[in-house]
Design a protein around this ligand. Structure first.
Ligand code: ZN
Length: 70
């Protein structure tokens, strides 16, 4: 797991994303907020994937209709 830098919610300075406390101001980083963001990102990716699959299926369906039409 690579360590990424995030901004502290309180002081805005760069802290490691896996840090429990900000080393600058001592504020605790909210893990639930990070999990929430991760869930939102997963949902967005899932929507995009389903949209692509749905679009390809729609294209496939219209292609099949064209073939049947001939
Ligand atoms: Zn801070």
């Amino acid at each position: 797991m690579s360590e990424r830098l995030i901004n502290c919610n309180v002081c805005g300075k760069n802290i490691a994303n896996n840090a429990v406390r900000c080393p600058h101001c001592g504020a605790t980083t909210s893990l639930t907020k990070k999990n929430y963001k991760l869930i939102v990102v997963i949902i967005i990716i899932a929507i995009i994937v389903f949209a692509i699959i749905g679009y390809q299926n729609a294209q496939h369906a219209s292609t099949m209709q064209m073939i049947r039409g001939f």
